[in-house]
Design a protein around this ligand. Structure first.
Ligand code: G3H
Ligand code: 13P
Ligand code: ZN
Length: 328
């Protein structure tokens, strides 16, 4: 089937108490790994492209690779989404290239500017044939937000008092909010965490109070969580044992994401966990096979690990396995 937008996917996810995985794609192996995982589990899926990915791989290559995946899985609802679009022009260019969903992220700009630019993107996207869905953001996450950098300690949670006005005035289809997640593999500093009985660092809990208050103000409206990698310690260990150096990498506990998925969160963004899986297996491959120089050998190991991570997320965290048919 052709690429779809997020409309029906999110309606079904909201009503069914699960979330759709939005995974970042940068190259062919990642596109294949994600869609193979989704295909095997009959799960709807969002493939998202950041402006950095667009610069790295060239937007046209990524669009065509995602369309090739649609041909391989003709019954699977697949969305091609722009992640963290920072201008009307970038969103328009992606829509014109065939993206079926875009994010306009003006969350670091003053509120009225965020409203005005988001509204302009919504007008263009909704009048496009076919209809393109739009995600926007209120509140800022700590960490690296594509080209929007927000320092630790300067992050600000979403203000529930703003969401109703924002959604009404912009006409946006979904809203990313800041409730304690952040981008990258180092989401918390050790001093922000406690230690459990095994001595393992436990990060502070997400602000479910804010999430619930937001949902009260805009009932039935799909919420998005960015920065939702869990930084699997088994991959961090493999990286560190095979020449890498990633001390104190820490992510969001999966149980908390599972809980968010049962509430109003319909889209959960995961990128860093795929990067960790791929890097771990490539590093291991090089250490175990110092004579190998065929990229298919080590990229193949990386691709297999990414696929396993995506399958695990779909089944055990998001709960969207088997939901392809009700999503279209
Ligand atoms: O939110 C950021 C995503 O992980 C994309 O990262 O800008 O390095 O492609 P990137
Ligand atoms: P992670 O860095 O936690 O994977 O977040 C990815 C993301 O939010 C992409 O928009
Ligand atoms: Zn993000």
């Amino acid at each position: 089937m052709p690429l779809v937008n997020t409309k029906k996917m999110f309606e079904a996810a909201y009503n069914g108490g699960y979330a759709i995985g939005a995974f970042n794609v940068n190259n062919m192996e990642i596109v294949q790994a994600i869609t193979e995982a989704a295909g095997e589990l009959n799960a709807p899926v969002i493939l998202q492209v950041s402006s950095g990915a667009r610069k790295y791989a060239n937007a046209k290559y990524l669009v065509h690779m995602v369309k090739a995946a649609c041909e391989n899985y003709p019954d699977l609802p697949i969305v091609l989404h722009l992640d963290h679009g920072d201008s009307f022009e970038l969103c328009k260019s992606c829509i014109d290239d065939g993206f079926t969903s875009v994010m306009i992220d003006c969350s670091s700009k003053p509120y009225e500017e965020n409203v005005a630019i988001t509204k302009k993107v919504v007008e263009y996207a909704h009048n496009h044939v076919p209809y393109v869905t739009v995600e926007a953001e209120l509140g800022t996450l700590a960490g690296v937000e594509d080209e929007v950098k927000v320092e630790f300690g300067k992050s600000s949670y979403t203000d529930p008092n703003q969401v109703e006005d924002f959604v009404k005035r912009t006409g946006v289809d979904s809203l990313a909010i800041a409730v304690g997640t952040s981008h990258g593999a180092y989401k918390f500093k050790a001093e922000q965490c406690t230690r459990n009985e095994k001595g393992i660092l436990v990060p502070p809990a997400l602000r479910f109070d804010i999430l619930k208050e937001v949902s009260k103000r805009i009932p039935g409206f799909p919420i998005v969580l960015h920065g939702s990698s869990s930084v699997p310690q088994e991959y961090v260990k493999i990286i560190n044992e095979n020449g890498g150096k990633m001390p104190d990498a820490i992510g969001i506990p999966e149980e908390q994401l599972r809980e968010a998925a049962t509430l109003s969160v319909c889209k959960i963004n995961i990128d860093s966990d795929l990067r960790l899986a791929m890097t771990a297996m490539i590093r291991k491959h090089f250490v175990e096979h110092p004579d190998h120089f065929d990229p298919r050998q080590y990229l193949g190991d990386g691709r297999a690990a990414v696929k396993e991570v995506v399958k695990h997320k779909i089944k055990d965290v998001l709960g969207c396995d088997g939901k392809a048919d009700i999503s279209k």
